[in-house]
Design a protein around this ligand. Structure first.
Ligand code: 6PG
Length: 245
């Protein structure tokens, strides 16, 4: 059974997310390196990131984190739909993350295959490697769409079957070009936390926690790491009762 924890509201998810990031920074520093963090996009994380950049501003060494992205839309970095812009405004700038530690996914490039390959090289240059040769992120935050997608791994997409590359170009169901980490990269991570809030996600959460193979988010299974679902009460409406935190 996939581990899940239920919290009062969206901002409350910042505590387990912040604690996981603190642990990742401590663990990486014992290895003499920065922690590798991949950020979730979309609208859910904003409230969590804003709480993190406030309450956890002084509790985390934000200069000791290499910040990557789980996926990005094919828009400039200042576009309202940019995950990079959302992260800059809600987390990276307020928390004082040095710009040289932030690695946006260049989904706006014309040569998307070349850009994906370059991003994979950047991940491999800055992170430890798994025995299978994939970059090992210390912590990955992910969201889930109502159709079960996570990052930009959409149901029925060829990207779901990618087993060699860590980063690939893809498109959303409405045809928007995207770039995304693949299951190969996500499953090499040490710790994955799904951050999910709101009643409209209750059904997909129930399906994902039941291991429905048609739900891409349910297929994130770190080989040597941990995956947990952090839910607010509304997103947890379809799950059996467990202790609320
Ligand atoms: C994106 C995200 C995507 C997101 C889900 C949930 O770029 O859209 O990476 O995977 O996490 O679509 O989005 P909401 O938080 O907006 O519901």
């Amino acid at each position: 059974m996939t581990e899940h924890r239920i919290f009062h509201d969206a901002a409350s998810l910042a505590r387990p997310a912040g604690e996981a990031l603190r642990a990742a920074v401590r663990s990486a520093s014992r290895e003499g390196r920065c922690a590798g963090l991949a950020l979730a996009g979309g609208s859910t994380p904003g409230a969590i990131y804003r709480t993190l950049s406030g309450e956890y501003r002084a509790r985390i060494d934000w200069r000791a984190i290499e910040v990557f992205f789980g996926d990005e839309r094919a828009v400039p970095g200042d576009h309202p739909d940019s995950n990079w812009r959302m992260a800059r405004e809600s987390l990276l700038d307020p928390a004082g993350v040095p710009s040289e530690r932030v690695h946006p996914l260049p989904a706006w490039e014309s040569d998307l295959d070349g850009a994906a390959a370059a991003y994979e090289s950047e991940l491999l240059a800055l992170l430890p490697h798994s025995p299978e040769g994939f970059p090992v992120l210390d912590l990955v935050w992910l969201g889930v769409g109502e159709d079960g997608h996570t990052a930009s791994l959409f149901p029925g997409s060829d990207a779901l079957e990618e087993s060699r590359r860590s980063v690939v170009p893809t498109t959303s169901p409405d045809g928007q070009p995207r770039m995304t980490l693949t299951f190969a990269a996500l499953d090499a991570a040490r710790h994955v936390q799904f951050l999910v809030t709101g009643r409209r996600k209750a059904r997909v959460v129930e399906q994902a926690l039941a291991g429905d193979p048609d739900i891409p988010a349910a297929r994130v299974r770190p080989r040597r790491g941990r995956v947990e679902w952090l839910l607010d009460r509304e997103a947890a409406a379809g799950t059996e009762e467990v202790e609320k935190e």
